[in-house]
Design a protein around this ligand. Structure first.
Ligand code: 13P
Ligand code: SF4
Length: 305
């Protein structure tokens, strides 16, 4: 399906005609990144939705990304080209488990990763993404009892650096958590001068080997601003596309060839075309869930900026 020029042209024409703003994540296929009005990490995507000049937005990313846009923009129509594209880690924790924790520790703060469904955000005090988890954690009271859900690696990597005590939830991202310390060690033997760039959803043993730890945008910016010419990339392979475009002479080595998110990659140009044409599928979040979820997301944005 890649390099389908006529489909690309049809999409570009249709989105102009229908005045639809396309927001894509860096893990999207290359031909999708090419037709997007905005590409970003999950934080930047949420803010871009709020600022979008058009009233209809198509989100090329997994379900929680489109849902965040719908939560933050009640007056806009948010479309997903593939409602089945989800994040298995985001769906791991139940509302019941969060409520039970809150009952047990009434003064605790529930800090939920944006990789969660709207129902979980609605019972959270604040959200975070991989780009702002540390900034937010630093702003919470020193003695706060924090339940940091759902990604245990993001929670461990962030909290241990800040010497904060957090309760974690036993779940992780299958794409990032499968990467092992030995995968990096082997590559470092072959490329001793390479800088190792790691997403915080990787296990702490891998994060300890990093020259830089950060969100997808953070990793891309690091390469763009670094004089070094070889980089080991420990996140989903989609980030290499914008990096290669901006740095054609730099050498990028994927930390593992298995770092491909099947849900992110289930979105195709054809699905985007159909979604624009039929204005489907509209993301709807019931108002009783949207309002408290919006509070947690807005608080995150306020604490970040
Ligand atoms: P970013 O917030 O870095 O874009 O990450 C989102 C994600 O799903 C990582 O796997
Ligand atoms: Fe979820 Fe991992 Fe895919 Fe990101 S890469 S969307 S955390 S499964």
């Amino acid at each position: 399906a890649t390099n389908d020029r006529s489909l690309t042209e049809k999409i570009l024409k249709l989105k102009e005609e229908k005045s639809i703003y396309i927001i894509a994540h860096y893990y999207q296929q290359e031909d999708i990144q090419d037709i997007a009005d905005f590409i970003g990490d999950s934080y930047a995507m949420a803010v871009a939705a709020q600022k979008s000049p058009q009233d209809t937005i198509l989100v090329a990313g997994v379900d929680f990304m489109a849902e965040s846009a719908a939560i933050l923009c009640p007056d806009k129509t948010v479309l997903t080209p593939e409602p089945k594209a989800t994040c298995p880690m985001a769906n791991s924790i139940s509302v019941d488990e969060v409520l039970k924790f809150k009952e047990k520790y009434p003064n605790s703060i529930v800090m939920s990763y944006v990789n969660t469904p709207a129902e979980i955000k609605a019972v959270s005090d604040i959200c975070c993404t991989s780009s702002n988890a540390a900034t937010i954690l630093k702003k919470l009271p020193d003695d706060a009892h924090i339940f940091f859900i759902p990604d245990q690696n993001l929670a461990l990597n962030t909290a241990s650096n800040l010497s904060r005590n957090v309760n974690i939830y036993d779940s992780d991202c299958p794409v990032h958590a499968a990467l092992k310390k030995t995968d990096i060690e082997k590559l470092k033997e072959k490329y001793p001068d390479a800088k190792v760039l790691v997403h915080p959803e990787c296990i702490p043993d891998v994060v300890k080997m990093a020259d830089y730890v950060g969100s997808t945008s953070g990793i891309i910016n690091y390469v763009n601003n670094c004089d070094q010419d070889t980089f080991i990339i420990a996140t989903e392979s989609g980030v290499t596309y914008p990096i290669r475009q901006a740095n054609p002479d730099k050498k990028l080595i994927m930390a593992s060839e298995n770092m491909i998110c099947p849900d992110m990659k289930s979105i195709t140009l054809q699905k985007i075309y159909d979604s624009l044409k039929n204005r489907e599928t509209v993301i709807k979040v019931p108002e009783n869930i949207r309002l408290p979820a919006a509070q947690a997301l807005e608080k995150m944005i306020a604490y970040t900026s």
